[in-house]
Design a protein around this ligand. Structure first.
Ligand code: AMP
Ligand code: MG
Length: 409
């Protein structure tokens, strides 16, 4: 059996070559991965401006002790370029207004009283006070956002502030999801005895989308060899990643492996030493016109499908987009209750998270860890990593956790 870390390394290697870049408008960038360093073409901010409503002054005009009296000449407001500051005068200025040439400080209006046309300053300003200097935030030529960054809302603001209307990001991977099984029917349709509502494709599709992919679910595939091969061949011709779910173990009706091999997929079948999610089929399908398609054959049990896709599928999709941190950071947390574990496989125990009074993360593993449970992924916030060799974790022990939110939900 493969260790989890080894399986993850191998999966991430399938992320290269990275998908080609395309320019995308800033409004649509959330979650996309930057394909080239974003370099500031100009200083940010682009000119000196006032951080306050008040009066722009030249500090060396101000001799003697406060109160200091200066005649008010002119005004600087946002959106306009002011005249230069006249010698020994103050200029009315508003937040965001350009600092007039000759001025070196802004006195906030709370520290000024007006005596007709004269501003009376109750305190002496320091040079540079209340002024935001050109280039303070970022100098022209500096890297604003590094290649391989998965863009969050704040990055969109930075690109906009740098005057970039669009930026190069890797194209979205195209993902096709195929559920297999004679028992499956669409949720909300006739409950024929022996059938179950199909519940894996919706979760996988939503996770894939959050990982930046364009994902669609194809019609369910019956446990019948010829139909399975036809469906796989069609999906492999189109998608960058084909995700199958169910039928991947060793039962008589588990046709996924032979069918993938029959249509030309070079398959690595792995038994990964993890729980849930032991059987996993991973493969490549060579195409003359494009990057190889990648195949992920996931187990059908709902918790196994969701956990294996979160841990392998999501990082793969991120890596294909050039994300330099495709796998989330582990966090430390304290167990609020004991958790039993038989040595052998890494357990990814579904758990809820709490923040204690000491601001430490607490985790409580759920009672039902069955791979067939559909409830528990929805009830959990995190997966606790219980090492393969562990003989059980006592209450109060520190453990590593992965937050499901970091794994795209
Ligand atoms: P399999 O991996 O095909 O052996 O299926 C394992 C278990 O998961 C069986 O109980 C299946 O009925 C169930 N299962 C498989 N695929 C799905 C699916 N797409 N939605 C809900 N349950 C499924
Ligand atoms: Mg099945």
């Amino acid at each position: 059996m493969l260790r989890f870390e080894e399986a993850l390394t191998r999966i991430l290697a399938l992320g290269t070559p990275v998908l080609p870049a395309e320019r995308v408008a800033i409004e649509e960038l959330d979650g996309r991965v930057l394909a080239e360093d974003l370099v500031a073409r100009a200083d940010l901010p682009g000119f000196d401006y006032s951080a306050m409503d008040g009066y722009a002054v030249r500090t060396r005009d101000l001799a003697g002790e406060p109160p200091l009296r200066l005649p008010v000449r002119g005004e600087s407001r946002t959106g306009a370029v002011p005249d230069a500051l006249e010698a020994s005068s103050a200029m009315r200025i508003f937040t965001g207004g350009a600092l007039p040439a000759g001025a070196d400080a802004v006195v906030m209006q709370e520290n000024v009283t007006r005596d007709g046309d004269v501003a009376v300053l109750t305190a002496r300003p320091r040079p540079g006070q209340n002024v935001r200097r050109r280039g303070d935030d970022l100098a022209a030529g500096a890297i604003a956002i590094a290649r391989g960054t998965r863009l969050r809302p704040a990055h969109l603001a930075l690109a906009a502030a740098l005057d970039d209307a669009d930026v190069p990001v890797s194209r979205r991977p195209e993902v096709a999801i195929l559920a297999t099984g004679d028992e499956l029917r669409r949720p909300g349709t006739d409950a024929v005895p022996g059938t179950i509502p199909e519940s894996n494709t919706v979760v996988l599709r939503a996770m894939a989308r959050r990982a930046g992919a364009r994902a669609r679910a194809l019609p369910f595939v019956r446990d019948e060899r010829a139909a399975t091969e036809r469906a796989f061949a069609a999906a492999l011709a189109e998608a960058d990643v084909v995700v199958t779910v169910g039928g991947v173990s060793v039962g008589d009706h588990d046709l996924v492996r032979p069918a993938l091999e029959a249509v030309g997929v070079t398959l690595d079948f792995w038994r990964v030493a993890m729980k849930p999610g032991k059987p996993l089929a991973v493969g490549r399908f060579a195409r003359s016109d494009r990057r190889d398609a990648i195949v992920l054959g996931l187990p059908g049990n709902p918790a196994s499908a969701a956990v294996t896709f979160a841990l392998f599928g999501v990082p793969l999709l991120r890596a294909m987009q050039g994300d330099l941190r495709p796998f989330p950071a582990r966090r430390r947390a304290r167990m609020t209750r004991a958790h039993a574990h038989d040595p052998g496989r890494l357990e990814l125990a579904r758990a809820t998270v709490t923040y204690g009074e000491d601001a430490q993360l607490g985790v409580t593993t759920l009672g039902n860890q069955a791979s067939g449970a559909v409830t528990t992924m929805a009830q959990s916030d995190a997966l606790v990593l219980i090492p393969a060799e562990s003989t059980g974790v006592p209450a109060g022990a520190e453990v590593d956790v992965l937050l499901l939110g970091d794994l795209s939900g």
